[in-house]
Design a protein around this ligand. Structure first.
Ligand SMILES: [Zn+2]
Length: 447
């Protein structure tokens, strides 16, 4: 049976003028809903002198005040558990979730209704159908099914489109690998870090996933690395499968971007359900195609916690839909999410973005684990050191690698000198789920 390439053929190929008309209609309605129901938005709109009826064109979006994570946190602190962000009584909710809780940060807590969950799953359907998941697929979730929202929506989406789902749940990595092979899994959902870990573990078990498993698609989420070409290439080789990037946020509850099966080197924006603005993070002015900026998201889907002009601090570069050959009219974030603006480190006057450094390091297959270590020398000079471990069997490459990597890093950073330090195997932390490879040890580094 021949399937359509698109989950929603009409909306995914809507001429941009019609798409924008749809966005305008949804935007105005959604602002009306938020203003009528949600104290958080009422006070913010009032303070900014904004009224939903002022939305006459999409440019009027810029009249709406930004929403920040800090404001959200303040509201949560003042009025536990959910602040004044709920649009309806909590009795109408069916599920409670939290952000994964990056170290030291208070997690964001969210509630969703059944209707919200229908929408959450629908957004994942766009993405995973777009990457090629079909009813014939046997899908495996290497996911803990906890209070982190993560792949929950993707699980339901796979059921919705008719695939056979295996919830990986809490098991050892070895047990997961055995299931993937024994049950004839064709599609695996995982974070990039864990997909790499599964492969490394399988090698230790004497299993070649590329030959012995039926996996032909690995769908990545949870970390930006799914669009770093060297990471993607490594994973595709390791699994003998295509790897597709997706990205979502707990604040939205689902994904807002996905890579289609044409793999254009970026991720389509689900533009019939989101408005994604890209702004200069300092001036808040919009930037054009091909320029880096901060993504600001307005989501029309989650009724329980309306999200309007939310500042994500994610670094992105938008390119036109025509960059891809799939026929979707939805614009693309070239390179997916490229990191976070607040991740930027200033080292002796040069901007260093951890993800850009990772992209260079990943060009060297002999490197196993690494850490970006920033420190201060004699209380005067900031230094950046790449601590790395060499894979067993590749030790002979070290002298040459050290020389080349130092050169590559410097030439990508206006000549900035990076120190390279080789560590004994197993000294650096090895990550299974989400990686934390940046350590800023300077005094007051995290002010
Ligand atoms: Zn495409």
């Amino acid at each position: 049976m021949a399937y359509s390439e698109y989950w929603n053929p009409k909306n995914e190929t809507l001429p941009r003028e019609e798409l924008q008309a749809l966005q305008l209609l949804k935007l105005r309605r959604f602002c009306e809903w938020a203003y009528a129901t949600t104290p958080f938005h009422q006070r913010k709109f009032d303070a900014a002198g904004f009224k939903p009826e002022q939305i006459k064109t999409l440019d009027d979006l810029r009249r709406i005040p930004f929403m920040t994570r800090e404001e959200w946190m303040e509201s949560l602190m003042e009025k536990p558990l959910f602040g004044d962000l709920l649009a309806t009584d909590s009795r109408n909710a069916i599920r409670y979730h939290l952000t994964s809780g990056t170290t030291g940060r208070t997690p964001i807590r969210v509630l969703d209704s059944m209707k919200d969950w229908d929408w959450i799953n629908e957004m994942w359907c766009y993405g995973i159908w777009g990457f090629g998941v079909r009813p014939e697929d046997v899908v495996y979730f290497a996911f803990g099914y906890g209070s982190f929202i993560g792949f929950w929506g993707a699980h339901y989406a796979c059921e919705k489109l008719g695939a056979l789902v295996i919830p990986g749940g809490a098991q050892t990595t070895e047990a997961r690998i055995k299931q993937i092979i024994e049950l004839g899994v064709t599609t695996v959902f995982s974070t990039p870090t864990y997909a790499l870990h599964l492969w490394q573990k399988s090698r230790e078990m004497g299993i070649d996933l590329a030959r012995e498993s039926k996996v032909n698609k690995v769908i990545l989420s949870g970390e930006p690395a799914g669009s770093i070409p060297a990471v993607k290439h490594q994973l595709e080789e390791a699994w003998g499968a295509r790897c597709g990037d997706t990205a979502g946020m707990t604040e939205i509850g689902t994904i807002m971007i996905f890579e289609c099966s044409h793999q254009p080197g970026g991720t389509h924006i689900i533009e019939d359900h989101f408005i994604e603005e890209v702004l200069n993070p300092n001036s808040d002015e919009p930037v054009g195609y091909g320029e880096l900026g901060e993504r600001i998201v307005t989501s029309f889907g989650r009724g329980f916690i309306p999200l309007i002009r939310y500042r994500t601090k994610d670094m992105v570069m938008k390119v036109p839909a025509s960059t891809c050959t799939c026929g979707r009219t939805w614009d693309i974030y070239s390179g997916g999410i490229r990191g976070r603006w607040d991740d930027m480190k200033l080292i002796r006057g040069t901007n260093v973005y951890p993800r850009a450094v990772e992209a260079i390091i990943r060009e060297y297959p002999a490197i196993d684990e690494f850490q970006i270590y920033i420190w201060r020398k004699e209380e005067l000079q900031d230094e950046i050191t790449i601590k790395l471990e060499i894979k067993t069997g590749h030790e002979a490459e070290w002298p040459d690698l050290e020389h080349k990597l130092t050169k590559d890093l410097a030439s990508a950073h206006e000549g900035l000198r990076f120190n390279i330090e080789r560590m004994d195997y197993g000294v650096l932390p090895h990550f299974e789920l989400k990686a934390k490879r940046l350590v800023d040890a300077r005094p007051l580094a995290n002010y």
